[in-house]
Write a protein that binds this ligand. Structure first.
Ligand code: FUC
Length: 739
């Protein structure tokens, strides 16, 4: 309430232009409603249900999503066309026919509070809407107020996106249906009024002369992350009904308080300041400001973009729900691009790069839950496919592989991405190595790592010289299919290396651990080519069909063979300077023109950061602001909209500020000239540390390293190295000149 009054006061005082009084600086704001939902509407979500707010004046459209609303099934033959796709749930439409000709319009999303707003005036009356999606109460909430009593008359519609009809029951709308795969879904909207009256005409709720309205939306399906139950659970009606009634029994203020407490517990863990933007930059609405930021550095917008990745992950990936798909949680189509699927050759991995360093580790849990629930189906598909004959000619009997794409029912699609199983293992290991949770390591991560290592133990091919290679692999989505492509070699190296470390951390499987360590050391490592590049394949390519392949003009969007630089760590400036130099040659040749897309810029940012090159990392980041690479609502734009770039860039910025690899915590390893002065609090690094840093004139001024893992803390700043064993809960503080 206090906040709403503050916002109304701001509107009264300043019309619609100011951001300063409106709330936090972390604000996306616009002077017009959205016209294209996925590109312009503002996203809210609670990890399971989501909304895209258009903020239309006389008709507000909120696209509704529920993360398990998927077509498809087991899809045993792996045909991408029959794999199914993520669906849109429907639209919540608020019709306000008398509200045409609004002035002083403003629409915003305050990502520091997880609240969206619309404000405008009609005939001297000030109208205000506030929207949020509560994890605490499981409902999406819209609150409509005005500074004049009795100003709201209109109707509420709930439109099913699969043609099912909605029925009205007093002040409630109920929409239920079944997809072709039998999946049952239900959505309900309830309207609560102050003043005026509510009625219904059988399909819509009508409101007349109300002072204010609160709309609550609950939704669910009968999906269950459970292979044994064929991915089905109880009918959603009961849960949806209970949720909406429980929420309706609370006051609007109580719902909002619970939402804010829940959200702040995640969001406030990390603070970032990269310097001050100019008053001219701050005065621009986000759609104009982001375009300008591609040409001229806008530090506060970069900070907003960093935090937007964190906001979006909190909004779309919470324990109990499904992990973020290709569009996170937001979808305005029943035929989304690439089915809005889980894409295993870069995209879903990139979705989760930020979770550990940006201090949102719990948000990674849905990924593990989904993957673990798919394993029985993936094992079956792999172990019956002649593609996976073992070295002795039999069918696979241990482990599983993944195709490039998968759904939520154990079904996969498109070509096999043979080492995606091992790339997923990187995430299981990262969750342990950042957080130190031994129970997770023992019960969840190690079983996954070990089973995947067993698969690769059975499938590696021995070359005449004794080196081991992954057979018949494809460097996504580039060049030929052949043995020993660098992408696959590096990922299997990473898997084996982490399996060894995991067995050591648990003190188990000594013999197995030694065997895997031996295999790791026999894996062919990437070579260096004639122009100093890191080789993407075992041999340099001279392909008349594809003359650019493996040349300085090869600007392919994927940088798969640089996995070992980021997110892997087989190659680093400190430990393998020659290969790091070759990686740099490759990266700069791949460039940032041509085939390079939104997520590619994010990966390149992180790669340059790992290679210690802050200015190049920043150049890649800055390009994301162009209309070619991000939508007006700052969602990544491939095109079409894709969310991995949002998550990837947050991870990339973390890597620019602090890195924890090669056994060190490296402070400000890639600080660009564009951020001479700044501060960051709460970033996590591997080994169990949280780091706060401040810098000025490009130099570190203070560092606080808090131990959550009780391990040796070896810190590097430039050429200076300090090491100290830090007990859990202790902080290592340095100020001023570290030398
Ligand atoms: C990968 C990429 C494409 C796109 C798709 C969803 O296959 O090569 O660029 O991001 O995923």
């Amino acid at each position: 309430m206090v906040r709403m009054q503050k916002c109304l006061l701001a509107m009264l005082a300043l019309g619609c232009a100011s951001t300063a009084l409106w709330g936090s600086d972390l604000m996306l704001w616009y002077q017009q409603p959205a016209t294209k939902p996925i590109n312009e509407s503002l996203p809210i979500g609670n990890g399971r249900i989501g909304g895209l707010i258009s903020g239309g004046v006389d008709s507000d459209r909120i696209v509704l999503n529920e993360d398990s609303l998927w077509t498809g099934g087991l899809n045993p033959d792996g045909n991408y066309d029959t794999m199914g796709s993520y669906q849109m749930l429907g639209d919540l439409l608020i019709h306000l026919p008398a509200h045409q000709n609004a002035v002083a319009y403003r629409r915003d999303l305050d990502i520091g509070e997880a609240l969206a707003h619309v404000g405008y005036q009609v005939n001297g009356v000030k109208f205000f809407r506030e929207y949020f999606c509560s994890h605490a109460d499981g409902v999406l909430v819209v609150h409509l107020t005005a500074d004049h009593p009795g100003s709201y008359s209109g109707s509420i519609e709930l439109k099913d996106s699969h043609g099912a009809s909605t029925v009205a029951d007093r002040d409630r709308l109920i929409d239920s249906g079944r997809l072709k795969n039998g999946l049952k879904y239900e959505a309900q909207v309830i309207a609560l009024n102050e003043g005026g009256t509510l009625a219904n005409d059988g399909t819509t709720v009508l409101f007349t002369n109300c002072d204010s309205l609160t709309l609550l939306v609950a939704a669910g399906t009968d999906y269950a992350m459970n292979y044994a139950a064929q991915y089905r659970g109880p009918d959603p009606h009961r849960v949806v009904d209970d949720r909406i009634h429980a929420a309706a029994a609370k006051s609007y203020e109580a719902l909002r308080r619970a939402h804010e407490m829940d959200f702040h517990a995640f969001f406030d863990r990390v603070g970032l300041s990269l310097g001050k933007s100019s008053p001219e930059q701050i005065a621009l609405p986000t759609d104009q400001r982001k375009v300008a930021a591609a040409a001229k550095v806008d530090p506060q917008l970069e900070e907003l973009f960093f935090q937007y990745g964190r906001y979006l992950l909190i909004a779309c990936s919470r324990p109990g729900g499904l992990p973020a798909n290709l569009q996170g949680l937001w979808n305005d189509s029943n035929q989304p691009a690439w089915d809005s699927d889980y894409h295993a050759n870069i995209n879903i991995e990139m979705n989760y790069w930020l979770a550990e360093p940006a201090n949102l580790a719990e948000c990674a849990l849905p990924f593990f839950e989904l993957v673990d629930s798919q394993l029985p189906a993936w094992r079956r598909a792999t172990q019956t496919d002649p593609e996976f004959k073992t070295a002795d000619g039999g069918l696979a009997s241990r482990g599983f592989a993944l195709r490039t794409s998968h759904n939520i029912f154990g079904g996969m699609g498109w070509r096999w991405d043979r080492t995606a199983n091992a790339w997923y293992a990187w995430h299981y290991w990262a969750h342990f190595v950042f957080g130190g949770d031994k129970i997770f390591l023992r019960n969840t991560a190690y079983p996954y790592l070990k089973e995947t290592s067993e698969f690769w133990e059975d499938h590696l091919k021995t070359l005449p010289d004794g080196r081991l290679v992954v057979p018949n692999a494809w460097s996504p989505e580039h060049g030929p299919t052949e043995d020993g492509v660098s992408y696959s070699q590096e990922i299997v190296w990473d898997l084996f290396n982490n399996t060894v470390a995991a067995a050591d951390a648990l003190g188990v499987d000594k013999e197995y651990r030694d065997r895997i360590a031996g295999l790791r050391d026999r894996l062919a490592t990437p070579g260096v080519g004639s122009w100093g590049q890191l080789l993407e394949w075992m041999t340099e390519k001279h392909d008349p069909q594809n003359p650019e392949l493996d040349t300085r003009s090869d600007h392919h969007r994927h940088t798969s063979h640089l996995f070992a630089v980021y997110p892997g760590n087989q190659i680093s400036v400190a430990k393998t300077p020659g290969l790091a130099q070759a990686a740099k040659v490759t990266l700069s040749a791949r460039g940032d023109t041509g085939d390079v897309r939104e997520w590619s810029f994010a990966w390149r940012t992180a790669l340059y950061a790992r290679l210690g090159d802050g200015n190049d990392a920043h150049r890649e980041l800055q390009q994301l602001f162009s209309n070619r690479n991000t939508c007006l609502n700052l969602f990544g734009l491939h095109p079409p909209m894709q969310i991995d770039g949002n998550f990837g860039i947050t991870a990339g910025i973390c890597e620019m500020l602090v890195q924890g690899q090669a056994g060190e915590i490296n402070l400000l390893p890639a600080l660009p000239d564009a951020w001479p002065t700044g501060e960051v609090k709460g970033l996590r690094v591997a080994g169990g540390f949280t780091v706060d840093l401040a810098w000025s004139d490009g130099k570190l001024t203070s560092a606080d390293i808090h131990s959550t893992g009780g391990t040796v803390c070896q810190v590097r700043y430039g050429g200076i190295i300090r090491a100290k064993k830090l007990e859990v809960g202790k902080t290592l503080h340095w100020d001023g000149n570290l030398d």
